[in-house]
Write a new protein. Sequence first.
Length: 113
Amino acid sequence: MTKHHPDLSPLFHALADPTRRSILTRLAERPARVTDLSGPTGLRLPTVMRHLAVLEDAGLITTSKTGRVRTCAIVPEALDPVRTWLDEQRAIWESRLDRLDAFATKAMKERRK
């Protein structure tokens, strides 16, 4: 059984929304002002702020404020627990599929006899 990662739920919740994934994609290029992030979404600023709060609560972004300008930046290492969990799941399923393949191959050979 894989280890329980208590910090995965907020990460997956944050990644579940296409708008938030789009924001993360944009921030992967470079930090951006909130107003720059809200433009392409077509959403009103308060809605974008709620999306940013979810991303920040999950630890995926940081925000800083200089005067009236709030800037967001991605925290790439925050995705490490997700990557680790997915790698564990991949290993489990690859192992299961390898065993199924071996079983099917053995069954086919026995059937031919």
